[in-house]
Write a protein that binds this ligand. Sequence first.
Ligand code: ADP
Length: 350
Amino acid sequence: MTDKPEKFIDENGIRSDGRRANEIRDVKIEVGVLSRADGSCYLEFGKNKVMAAVYGPREVHPRHQQKSNRAIVRYKYNMASFSVEDRKRPGPDRRSIEVSKVSREALENQIFTEYFPKSAIDIFVEVLQADAGTRTAALNAASVALADAGIPMRSLVSACAVGKVDDTLVLDLNKNEDNYGQADVPIAMTPDGKITLLQMDGHLTPEEFKQGLEMAQEGCRQVYELQRKALIDYYSKKTEVVTEATTAEDVKKDAPEEPEDVTPVDVTEDTEETEKIDDTNEIGVTKETDDTKEPGDTKATGDTEETEDTVKTGDVEELEDSGEEVPETGKNADETYGQMDESEEETSNE
Ligand code: ADP
């Protein structure tokens, strides 16, 4: 862990990472990055790197968790053991359980859960690299992933922290400011200013709190614009692909070129190959099959005929061995069935 810096903000009002007090870190958002999830988002917030995946609405397991009148929302926040400086013990801990709970509540409110009774909407967020503000970064990614999954929501949720260092309010704390600052207030809100998450670590005066809230609101608004833009860019590109593929011009372009010089072939003429097949067909099953073929019979492929050959030849041999009268194929097959019917009738009469 780095040591506490002497000053967080220099005389020009610039923070250690070059930002002003009311500036957020660079944000990068990618939508639809995981093909197996219903919705997904990769998000970078400064040095934080998070991946969110949404599954559902889907069946609830274990079943006793299901609600008859709405969907349940589950949120799993996990920090990879390699995401922090010193390796973190893998698996859930008290902190990740708390972050998961408050984040679920921050999003659940905005989802029309009543549209999907007895189902579950599962949100997973993996923190791949942590640098303070992971819960807010995770929430921003989860919100986009929910939209990508097509989950109906009242609005997106955007999150950002505000804090205090050197007795000054600053937006979106970095690692040092978070570790050694005087206050850290992660906030999530909707674009119309409804707060869905607010936590506070440290101390602020009521006046500072009020001012901090306004700063956070501006930060969340900027994040919201980026989330919205990422979704619009992603889906407008997708639409372009579909539109392009369906234009007549492209269908023409994709069609295989016709050969230049095509000599028409007389299909009625017997080719050498056909004659050869007829000659070798000694048991004459092909012809008989053709004779016995009823109109509309679909067994017309060479493959099927070959199968029939084999079966019939086998049957004949078997019957010959057993000394029974061998019925001819085709017509006699019907007679055989007729005989069977008669004998059955006789039996039933008896
Ligand atoms: P947030 O990441 O939402 O700001 P915290 O304030 O609890 O949440 O954590 C601040 C930062 O401290 C994290 O972003 C991360 O860089 C670091 N941190 C959190 N938990 C651990 C841990 N178990 N091991 C090492 N570093 C951690």
